[in-house]
Write a protein that binds this ligand. Structure first.
Ligand code: ADP
Length: 722
């Protein structure tokens, strides 16, 4: 049985491994498709504007505005450009004449125009005359971005959408101040990191030409003031969509997170799997922490910031890995649970440190790539581990899927440029992860619920069965109790009968004795004789009652011996007849029907055997009306066959009151008296039980036939010896 179960479990386990793999592959495919889809539609990566080299401007048309216009590589970058340098008459041409600048600069996530992966452009290098200045007593640095746009759209007003900024940004259009974004108070101490998006209306003037200048300030402690995400030129319609999308998205994320945290807590408590819940909450904290910490990263210079970020990823990934390993500790080899995790983590940390120290060593051009590879290794090992280890199905699937989503979320965090409609890719992954977690918790809960319902159905069934069984037993108990009560009742009756039966002759004897004593002189001899005879008869009656009780208790004693001997049944019954016939009431008679030519010899204890007939005859006399015929019959069956096949049948029948059919089976019970025997006919209910005991000791059998009002016949069957 247990072997059978083992086979079944193994079978299920291998099935569940296939399922886990399938789930994992599906979720990886899903995430990869998401990334591909996202990249395909991520317009911030594209440069859909057309550059007019002759007029040195970018053309914006209605068509291009429909999808927003992002210009990642279209900006002219000017280090050290300040607000004072821009007046109403200032043109891009003037600035280009006065300042060092770079055409078609790329905006990076470190907040500057790196011009081919070189952040030194804006740093203090000997070949650039960096102008430091002070604002409210704080040393400041600044940088500018410029672009010429030709607006061919029918919409006169277009919008400039700014994403994240390192510092505070001032926007000018055709030399006019348009607006600013960033925290003017705190920018001296901390960078202004505008996680939302600000948009500014740009109105075309003559010739629909727009000269756009963005000047970014930051404290000199922040080495790279500038734009982090590509600005976008958008239409009125897109502007509303853009500005409303992040807050709606943020609200959805917040609601979902709150729901998952609160509901998850209660649900996980009901199915007693708080570990998964803790893991889930820690992952959320990790993501939120990253967002908070990443703001602070901006005060560092580019290199330190890069290192800090990578360290953050290492710790987050290592935490996730160790936690998952803790959950899925191998139950067969408890001690070896997380040894492999430590090894993989150590190798991963070494790998990422090397790539950070010198990226050429590992031919990885960017530290981000190294971080992604590292997190991929961690996630991959987790998946392998959860799949090959002997753990239960849902937990393993949860582990694999959690690893995959953690990896993709980290990957998306590193690729900050992936922003669509102001929604970052990693927040979308985060969204899916929360949905998956909710699904996991709810699924677990539902499973538990179904199990509970099934168990309760089984329990209900079992209880019903048990109740039926108990009521059955109860019925038996009630019956037994009833019998006991009846026996008790019978016993009480017997006691009263016995005492009554004894008292009656005693009173009579006493009466006769007193008569004899008082009238010894006046009484005639005949009267005296009669009184004495009565005394003798009553004494015999008493003796009978007492001897009945003694007889039974004697026969019940196991060592009570019968004195068996061969007896002629014919003679035996004749003597019995003589004894009773003389003492019968006048209207009653006994008829004998015994074969004269067949002497039937039986092996009996004559004293006991005659007791059988005494009892049967006295019942026959008692339970008949005034007139009665009692018949004693005896015959041999199979007389022509060997003696062993022969039987002697003796019947004692009367035409008396009969025994009710339903009571026949009880009449041999001790103290039992049939209901119709009534109060008038005195008895103890012991006679037939004595008969039965004696018959049993003779290996004979006794049975009764009776009909109410017709009469009763007792059959005795005994083996002859001759
Ligand atoms: P009892 O002292 O009451 O006669 P027995 O054991 O001899 O006790 O008989 C048990 C019961 O069987 C009687 O009380 C009576 O109801 C019934 N019974 C026995 N013999 C007869 C009979 N010949 N006719 C009718 N009822 C009888």
């Amino acid at each position: 049985m247990s072997e059978k179960r083992d086979i079944k479990t193994t079978h299920l386990r291998s099935d569940s491994h296939v399922l886990q793999l399938l789930y994992t592959v599906l979720i990886i495919t899903f995430f990869v498709l998401c990334v591909l889809f996202y990249n395909a539609f991520n317009t911030r990566k594209n440069d859909p504007s057309a550059y007019d080299a002759i007029h040195d401007y970018y053309e914006i048309t209605d068509e291009s505005l429909e999808n927003n216009v992002f210009m990642p590589n279209s900006w002219t970058y000017v280090p050290n450009l300040r607000r004072n340098d821009v007046t109403s008459s200032t043109t891009i041409a003037d600035i280009k004449e006065k300042f060092t600048y770079a055409d078609h600069a790329t905006i990076t996530d470190s907040g500057c125009s790196d011009l081919g992966n070189s952040v030194v452009w804006n740093a203090k290098t000997p070949n650039l005359d960096l102008q430091e200045f002070e604002l409210n007593g704080m040393p400041m640095t600044s940088s500018g971005y410029m672009m010429k746009i030709f607006n061919r759209s029918y919409d006169n007003t277009i919008f400039l959408d700014l994403g994240d900024i390192n510092g505070t940004a001032y926007i000018y259009c055709n030399g006019h101040y348009v607006g600013e974004t960033g925290d003017m108070i705190s920018y001296e101490i901390l960078p202004n990191y505008n996680a939302g998006h600000s948009s500014f209306a740009l109105s075309s003037e003559t010739n629909n030409e727009l000269e756009l200048i963005i000047i970014c300030y930051s404290s000199s402690r922040i080495t790279n003031p500038g734009l982090i995400n590509y600005p976008a030129i958008i239409s009125q319609l897109n502007n509303t969509v853009l500005s409303s999308a992040p807050s709606a998205w943020l609200a959805i994320l917040m609601t979902l997170t709150a729901f998952a945290i609160i509901a998850g807590y209660f649900l996980s408590r009901t199915f007693k799997d708080i570990r998964v819940y803790i893991f889930f909450v820690l992952t959320i904290i990790n993501v939120i922490l990253y967002q908070i910490v990443d703001d602070s990263f901006l005060i560092m210079n580019s290199t330190t910031r890069q290192a800090a970020r990578i360290l953050f990823f290492i710790s987050a990934a290592a935490f996730s890995y160790c936690f998952i390993s803790f959950i899925y500790k191998d139950r067969r080899h408890k001690d070896s649970g997380s040894a492999d995790c430590i090894v993989v983590s150590a190798i991963g940390i070494a790998f990422i440190s090397l790539s950070f120290l010198d990226s050429r060593l590992l031919s990885t051009p960017y530290n981000e790539v190294a971080a992604i590879i590292y997190v991929a290794i961690i996630a991959g090992t987790n998946i392998v581990k959860t799949v090959i280890r002997n753990i239960d199905n849902t937990l393993a699937t949860f582990g694999s899927l959690a690893s995959v989503s953690v990896f993709f979320t980290f990957y998306a965090m590193l690729s900050e440029d992936n922003i669509l409609c102001n929604v970052s890719l990693y927040s979308i992954f985060y969204f899916f992860s929360i949905i998956a977690i909710c699904w996991y918790f709810i699924n677990q809960y539902v499973n538990q619920y179904i199990e509970l319902v099934n168990t309760s159905t089984h329990l209900k069934y079992a209880i019903e069965q048990k109740t039926a069984h108990i009521s059955e037993i109860n019925k038996d108990l009630v019956n037994t109790n009833r019998k006991l009560m009846e026996n008790e009742e019978a016993r009480k009756n017997v006691m009263s009968n016995v005492s009554h039966d004894l008292r009656t002759p005693i009173t009579a004897i006493r009466g006769y004795a007193e008569l004899l004593k008082n009238g010894s002189k006046t009484l005639s001899e005949e009267q005296k004789e009669s009184y004495l005879a009565n005394i003798v008869r009553r004494s015999q009656q008493m003796e009978r009652i007492v001897s009945d009780i003694v007889e039974i208790s004697k026969m019940e004693a196991t060592n009570f011996e019968f004195e068996f001997m061969d007896v002629s049944l014919n003679e035996f019954l004749d003597e019995l007849y003589m004894l009773y016939a003389s003492d019968l009431p006048p209207a009653k008679k006994i008829i004998m029907d015994i074969p004269e030519d067949d002497i039937m010899i039986i092996h009996v204890d004559p004293k006991r055997f005659s007791r059988v007939f005494e009892n049967l005859l006295s019942n026959a006399i008692n339970y008949t009306k005034e007139e009665a015929t009692i018949k004693i019959k005896a015959w041999r069956t199979n007389a022509d066959q060997p003696i062993d096949n022969q039987e002697i049948h003796i019947t004692v029948s009367d035409d008396g009151i009969g025994i009710p059919e339903n009571e026949i089976e009880h009449i041999f019970d001790r103290f039992y008296r049939a209901k119709n025997s009534g109060q008038n006919i005195k008895g103890t209910g012991l006679g037939l039980s004595i008969v039965k005991m004696i018959i049993d000791r003779h290996d004979a059998s006794i049975s009764v036939e009776s009909e109410i009002g017709i009469g009763t016949t007792f059959h005795i069957v005994i083996k002859p010896t001759y």
